[in-house]
Ligand binder design. Sequence first.
Ligand SMILES: Cc1cc2nc3c(=O)[nH]c(=O)nc-3n(C[C@H](O)[C@H](O)[C@H](O)COP(=O)(O)O)c2cc1C
Length: 201
Amino acid sequence: MPSETLDLAVIIGSVRQGRFGPVVANWFTERAESHGAFKVDLIDLADTPLPLELPPLPPRLEPNMARPAEMAELTRRIDAADAIVVVTPEYNRSFPASLKAAIDWHYTEWEAKPIGFVGYSGGSGGILAVEQLRQVFGELLAHTVRDYVSFPRYYQLFDADGRLIAPEGPEGSAKAMLDELQWWGSVLRDARRDRPYHQAG
Ligand SMILES: Cc1cc2nc3c(=O)[nH]c(=O)nc-3n(C[C@H](O)[C@H](O)[C@H](O)COP(=O)(O)O)c2cc1C
């Protein structure tokens, strides 16, 4: 791998039985791997217990919060990422609680990193969930990129083998988002090395 290769974490946000998330995430992972700038780590939140009972102190007071031992690997993988893509469905006009729990259990791991989104759902294509995630990640000092991928009525777009019936449009959206993540990912990785953000002025 060339030294400029960026570590990209792709997070599957839904954890329910029978979910569609992995189909979308596998499609996107293929796009990210063929882009050329990234080494991809596909993170499935279903692999990690995500308790709703958070630590007693807010993260601003205790950024290095104590976490359940089973969460260590998830934390390490988010921390190692130079860029992140969240694959999210829409539940009641928002994103799944599993995703909120994973976000809230971390803090500095998101900081000064670019974040992109792949949404899917019924008519809205996950866009309402994505817009809410932008607000949340703003609080965590992450940078959400403009371009995104959206699959409205995803069930009409993928075939039984998980392949897109008409891939050109989504592939173009994925490329635009990955290009942005490459630029921001590279710039922010160098900046974090030179001057860790939480220690800045
Ligand atoms: C609790 C729940 C709420 C949902 N609310 C919405 C919604 O507000 N808008 C929408 O377009 N689809 C909604 N859906 C449909 C989901 O987007 C669709 O079922 C999708 O497959 C969920 O992702 P998953 O299969 O990865 O869990 C909802 C589904 C669930 C389970």
